[in-house]
Write a protein that binds this ligand. Structure first.
Ligand SMILES: Nc1ncnc2c1ncn2[C@@H]1O[C@H](COP(=O)(O)OP(=O)(O)O)[C@@H](O)[C@H]1O
Ligand SMILES: [Mg+2]
Length: 274
């Protein structure tokens, strides 16, 4: 995308505001040795939308999220972010650009409290290094207070005040996933990547997580790219959906468009998965 790219809002059923293109994947191909995980996939993510990636197991969804997060470098294709082609970057550099993620398998520090786990999400934003902290501890202390305040806000928002001192290892699954979301939000991301945030949850936990995802999108204006298996959830949450199968893109559009796409029905909706 460049300055001349026309920017038109996508009309959606509930008329939520969707902005210009934030991220654009252009002809991405990713191989692991002989295995092609992603074959020539292009799609974009617009500011303010909830963009879902769906598809059967092994379709390449997590791989795609890992390309967006800078964890995998595709052999072919270009990643564009905020109007510029992104050079090859380390994941921490991508994080500094305002992209945060959660993982398909929970990646928290079990022995640490909820609060401290969420604080680690602020690391990419901390300006004062260790050396500077010992020299100018006044400044470092001010920074620390600011970080704590932001984190407390997120804790309130996600309704986890009661467990803020609890070691994460003791929490039930659904709450761990919520702490993971809190940690990702602590980085104040522009784009939030969620890899199956509701996998393994019971109905009530799923409903909670759905509500929090919608609230984050609504209240913080965070753009969200989400991988999810539960079709009901995907159809309810998403503004637009990318459908992958065997590493290829077989559908792209609003939930209604995707639902009516025969290739999608054949490849995904019609077959049992998981
Ligand atoms: N690190 C890896 N090394 C080798 N093959 C991988 C790796 N990650 C994923 N794959 C392969 O790439 C394909 C897509 O996997 P993945 O992106 O995890 O799919 P999904 O998330 O849709 O289930 C699969 O065939 C998988 O075995
Ligand atoms: Mg996956």
């Amino acid at each position: 995308m460049n300055a001349e790219t026309p920017v038109e809002a996508i009309p959606t059923a509930d008329d939520r505001k969707i902005g210009p293109v934030l991220m654009e994947m252009k002809h991405i191909t990713l191989r692991f040795g002989g295995v092609k995980a992603i074959t020539d996939i292009s799609f974009d993510i617009r500011e303010g939308e909830i963009r879902s990636i769906i598809g059967p197991n092994g379709a390449g969804k997590s791989s795609m999220l890992n390309v967006i997060s800078g964890f995998y470098v595709p052999q072919e294709g270009e990643v564009w972010f905020r109007g510029a082609r992104r050079p090859q970057m380390k994941p921490y550099q991508v994080a500094r650009q305002g992209i945060a993620r959660t993982f398909q398998n929970i990646a928290l520090f079990d022995g640490m409290s909820v609060l401290d786990n969420i604080m680690t999400g602020r690391l990419t934003l901390m300006k004062t290094g260790l050396a500077a902290q010992s020299l100018w501890w006044g400044k470092a202390q001010r920074e620390e207070t600011e970080h704590r305040e932001k984190v407390e806000k997120i804790i309130d928002f996600l309704e986890i005040q009661a467990i803020r001192k609890t070691p994460v290892g003791r929490l039930p699954y659904g709450l761990k996933k919520r702490v993971e979301l809190a940690r990702a939000l602590a980085a104040e991301p522009m784009l939030l990547l969620l890899d199956e945030p509701m996998a393994g949850m019971n109905v009530e936990e799923k409903e909670d997580m759905c509500r929090f995802i919608l609230d984050v999108n609504d209240e913080f204006g965070t753009t969200i790219c989400l991988i999810e298996h539960d079709m009901g959830v995907v159809m309810d949450l998403s503004d637009r959906v990318v459908v992958m199968d065997y590493g290829k893109k077989i559908g792209d559009g609003t939930p209604d468009e995707v639902r009516g796409n025969q290739a999608v029905i054949d490849a995904y909706l019609g077959v049992a998965h998981d």
